[in-house]
Write a new protein. Sequence first.
Length: 339
Amino acid sequence: MEQQATAVPEKKQRILSGIQPSGTPTLGNYIGAMRNWKLLSDEYDCLYMIADLHSITVRQEPAKLRQQSTQLLALLMAIGLDPEKNVLFLQSHVPQHAQLSWVLNCYTYMGEMSRMTQFKDKSAKHSDNINCGLFTYPILMAADILLYQANLVPVGADQTQHLEICRDIATRFNGIYGNVFTVPEGYFPKFGAKVMSLQEPTRKMSKSDPDDCFISMLDNADNIRRKIKRAVTDSDSSIAYDPENKPGVSNLLTIQSALTGESMDAIVASYEGKGYGALKSQLTDVVIDTLAPIQDKFNQYMNDKAYLEQVWRAGAETASRLADRTLSKVMKKVGFVAR
Ligand code: ATP
Ligand code: LTN
């Protein structure tokens, strides 16, 4: 009799992404990255990391860094990432990131790093602390991704260059030693891949900028209302999507489209004959309605410190096990003597 073949479940592709605990996540982080982490989490095998090692490329206050890291874990769960289905972990809990990063440093050129726009921006912003970590930041990020053989990396548009360099490093290493690393692809949202600052709409919204420039995911309704009210628009009063000539208004429209899922055309049409006041008031409601349920869940998780600890410990263990496989292979290929 013919034997019945048992269906082998197809192996899911893997995702890795990260966010720095350098402040409270903003609407930019949410729309550009975190929201997609949730959307992709059923289809992929996902690891989401709190990039605390990256965050010390800019000076951090130790007590605040600890608090922001814990809050970030609670926020990841509050947006719906189930720690049973996704590996949630802190980068500093998995030493393999720093180990692989060193090796990759030796396969990356100074010229490549000096072209990175984030390095140029951040060294201009922190001219008193242009440290080597800021310079080699993208190499650590490449290590984060390559350690887990990730296929897909959901990030905002500001990370395109870093992802490209990660692909270059992986391809270079594979060219010398054979197929060691999976060369990853980026995943960027269609709308809101780059949410702009409310005060300087030609620059990206950033959680480490002054408070009025961003809406944090933990801002209360009054703060949200005030910040949107004060957001920079422009001198004429027509509502149109024109990022070049009307960056402020276009940014507000982008946020509305990203959060409601409505097309830009439909949103612009809905404001015909109306002024900026209508846009700002409508957007305020949309933002509050989006964030309120997340904030409720966040508060519940923050009140259960023991559970948070349990989650980050389990996450570190799983991540470490996976990371070890790649790191051992790399050490062998490079020619280090096995211990
Ligand atoms: P910092 O201000 O400390 O540099 P950041 O706010 O730029 O931090 P990161 O932690 O570096 O945020 O980024 C986390 C994720 O959020 C990344 O995928 C990044 O691309 C995305 N992201 C950050 N800012 C924006 C933005 N303004 N619009 C869309 N996506 C963004
Ligand atoms: N540099 C990223 C944060 C980050 C990251 C990663 C994102 C650190 N390691 C690995 C994706 C994959 C940023 O968003 N600024």
